[in-house]
Design a protein around this ligand. Sequence first.
Ligand code: MG
Length: 168
Amino acid sequence: MRIGHGYDLHRLEPRPPHGNGRAFVLGGIRIESATGPIAHSDGDVLLHAVTDAILGALALPDIGQLFPDNDPQHDGADSSIFLRDAIRRMREAGWDIANIDCTVICEQPKIGSYKSEIATNIARLIGCPVTLVNLKGKTHERVDAIGEGRAIEVHVVALLKSRNSIGV
Ligand code: MG
C-alpha cells in the first residue's frame, strides 16, 4: 500500500464586476457563490488536492510541476484533466484507490448540501465506487484569511493499493 497527502489553498475574491473570482467549482461541481477562486486553471482546489495526494503516493512530481501555472494551455482549464492524468499514471504503475478522505475548509459557500454530488463526481472521475470517497466540510471559525472568507483550503489523504496485492 502507499499513502499520499494533498494540500491546496486558493484566494477567494468577489465575482466580477466587484472582483476577479472565477466561478466557484469544487470537485467538478459548480456551486452558487458570491466569491470565487483566483487561479490560472478553473481553481478547483479540491481536485488539485486530490490530484496531489495521488501523485504524492506515487512519489511523482506534483501538480504544479506537471501542469505549470504559466502554461497558457491551462488558462481556465477544467481541473478534471489533472486528476485524470494522475489516475492514468497510477493505473499504469499498477495501483488502485483504496480510499480517499477530503477536508474542505471555507466560510462560504456552505458545501453540506453538495457533498454527495461532489463525492459521486470525484468517484466517477477516478473510476471507483463512491463508497471509497469521503468529503468533510468545515469552517475556520471566522478567524484568519479562511475564516474571513478570503481563501479556501483543502486537505486530502489518499490510500493506494497494489493491483497485485491479496485482500485489503
Ligand atoms: Mg490549486
